[in-house]
Design a protein around this ligand. Sequence first.
Ligand code: 13P
Length: 232
Amino acid sequence: VIIAGNFKSFKSRKGTAEYLKELNSLVSDSSQEVIVFPPATALDNYDGKVNVGIQNGYPAENGAFTGEITLDQIREFDIDTILLGHSERREILGESNELVKEKFDFYKDHNFNTLLCIGETLELRERGFDEVKSFLLSQLEGIDLSYEKLVIAYEPIWAIGTGVTPTNDQIEETLKVISEVSKKPVLYGGSVKLNNIEEILALDSCSGVLVGGASLDSDTFGEMVKTADRLS
Ligand code: 13P
């Protein structure tokens, strides 16, 4: 399965290097696909089992896009995995479905592994599952759902950083709807911790997890990977 960690805007370059050294030694024998997304300033050519991806990228090779990071800078570090459409980018930075799709198309054309995040607000969840379903499908509109290197991460916004997770039935019901439109792996993200990863990974439609806070400690994240190893 895929065990991915999103550092968001935590950790320095030095902290990331130390972390990867520790995590790589903890998970070197793992049969899971382990990915971490450090801040862009911490990218480097890291060796080891853990695949390092980027949290975002502008859809251009290079150009006049002040403050953005484009393909040329990403390629310098042999990065071939990108996280797209994270809810924090959608909510805080105002990324629209159209921009996310533009990024997806661009990085797909350049053969990247793309982890596309989708997820609803609490307000929407409270309006019932039909609303959730049509919202999630709208976030996938125009996305090539058969792209070989696509992974979808379902992250309900109300479960991110809150310690609240949906019930296992809610997670399964939602991942199943996504699996019906795409045969690609679907991950769950939102307050995944060492104490709930096992039950989440056990869900039929779950191909892995995208972890925020709990991925910041290499021992904890290493244990999460080992939990997945024990289950497989
Ligand atoms: P938390 O695991 O901290 O809830 O974050 C989830 C997330 O947003 C991962 O991308």
